[in-house]
Design a protein around this ligand. Structure first.
Ligand SMILES: C[S@@+](CC[C@H](N)C(=O)[O-])C[C@H]1O[C@@H](n2cnc3c(N)ncnc32)[C@H](O)[C@@H]1O
Length: 391
């Protein structure tokens, strides 16, 4: 069946209509004429794949990766950078009516962490929309050294291994490898100088259960169970945005919510009398306490709690910074953010859909000032949004 793609949908699929019913075309690009095959037909929409390209978009490029057709890791290896940026900025414009800047990072090999799944000795990433595993030997999104470890694991694996592998790398190219499951070749990993830290089923077998990250002039201890931004250059851009936004401000009390290891709280502490970080993960809050010392910070308090269980303790706050997980804010937290009515609110989000939902409520009290995009996840349909608001 032949169709012409009208535009992108929110996930970056091509969108067309067949007999007035919406049809999503995987990897279709606006204005392309394509032969498609319907793969799922529902009452209100259908999904399809490309069988043949009849008129090719000038923005289509050859995917660099041999796993691209099956793997769920990337969505935009078939698009040039210009079109990817246009998709991300148009989405922000569509959701928020403004996009004040787009900060680029590097195209490939930017991730400092990957989680691989293992089933019957097959190690890799999930196939699109399934829990089937596609065996991966190299991933273009992750740092080169992490790829070397992926290769080592592929060469030292047996059919009985089921579980999960997390590989992380810091800026000194030290590797921290976490293996959960019944893995047999531990001696091979212990003897490999590439692997600095090895944690097997929550036991440290080599090195430490953390590493130290250096970002700009800061130092951060990161436990293997603690969150750290996956794209170092992206984090530097966020730090630049925060510094430029706050450099002229003299803030009294600041809240750093969903604070992880207090990376952002520490960065903004120089603009405030006092910062209070709130984070539910006990490993991350322990790291945060150490990070205060590593960075000579003495005006930051760390609280280990769910944000929604603690937020009702505050009034009279100058700035609230929220950086929640993909699902965004819960309704109790939103209503307290509105009740506190801080002078400034900064919302950092890796999921525009939840940000858009939360903004609808927050806009009852706060006004959007600026919307910045940091390309934290190039070649995927995700982008980090930094939204500045004021009451
Ligand atoms: C996107 S990370 C941001 C961390 C930190 N701001 C940073 O940049 O490193 C979100 C953090 O929120 C924490 N988190 C998730 N739900 C939470 C909740 N309900 N209350 C407190 N922390 C939560 C997670 O453990 C994670 O550390």
């Amino acid at each position: 069946m032949q169709v012409k793609i009208d535009k992108f949908d929110d996930l970056g699929w091509g969108l067309t209509r067949i007999d007035n019913k919406v049809c999503f075309v995987e990897k279709g690009i606006p204005n392309e004429v394509l032969d498609i095959k319907i793969t799922s037909d529902k009452k209100d929409y259908s999904k399809s794949v490309i069988e043949n390209i009849i008129t090719k978009s000038e923005d289509r490029v050859n995917p660099i990766c041999k796993y691209y057709n099956n793997c769920s890791g990337c969505q935009f290896l078939h698009l040039n950078n210009r079109k990817e940026q246009e998709f991300k900025t148009s989405k922000a414009l569509n959701y928020f009516n403004t996009c004040d800047n787009f900060y680029k990072t590097t195209d490939y090999n930017y991730r400092n962490k990957v989680t691989l799944h293992v089933k019957n000795g097959v190690i890799g990433l999930y196939k699109e929309n399934t829990h089937d595993i596609i065996n991966i030997h190299y991933c273009y999104l992750v740092n080169e050294k992490i790829n070397l470890v992926i290769d080592i694991l592929n060469n030292n694996i047996d059919n009985n291994f089921n579980g999960e592998v997390i590989i992380r790398e810091n800026n000194n190219q030290e590797i921290l490898l976490v293996i959960n499951g019944n893995y047999k070749y531990l001696d091979k990993l212990l003897n490999n100088s590439l692997i600095n830290n090895l944690i097997y089923n929550n036991k440290v077998l080599k090195g430490n259960d953390y590493f130290i990250e250096n970002i700009l002039n800061y130092k951060f201890k990161v436990h293997y169970n603690s969150f750290f931004q996956v794209n170092r250059l992206g984090l530097e851009k966020i730090i630049n945005i925060l510094d430029n936004t706050l450099k002229d401000k003299e803030l009294n009390i600041v809240l750093d919510l969903y604070s992880g290891t207090s990376v952002l709280g520490i960065i903004i502490s120089k603009y405030a009398k006092k910062v209070i970080s709130i984070e539910e993960n006990k490993y991350a809050t322990s790291d945060a306490l150490i990070n205060l010392n590593l960075n000579n910070i003495n005006n930051l308090e760390v609280i280990n709690s769910k944000v929604e269980d603690y937020i009702d303790n505050f009034t009279n706050i100058d700035l609230i910074l929220v950086d929640p997980a993909r699902r965004g804010l819960d309704s109790k937290t939103i209503s307290y953010l509105n009740k506190i009515k801080s002078k400034y609110l900064i919302y950092i989000s890796c999921e525009m859909i939840s940000l858009k939902r939360d903004l609808k409520e927050l806009e009852k009290v706060y006004k959007k000032d600026k919307v910045y995009l940091v390309d934290m996840f190039p070649k995927t349909n995700k982008v980090e949004t930094i939204m500045l608001l004021r009451s």
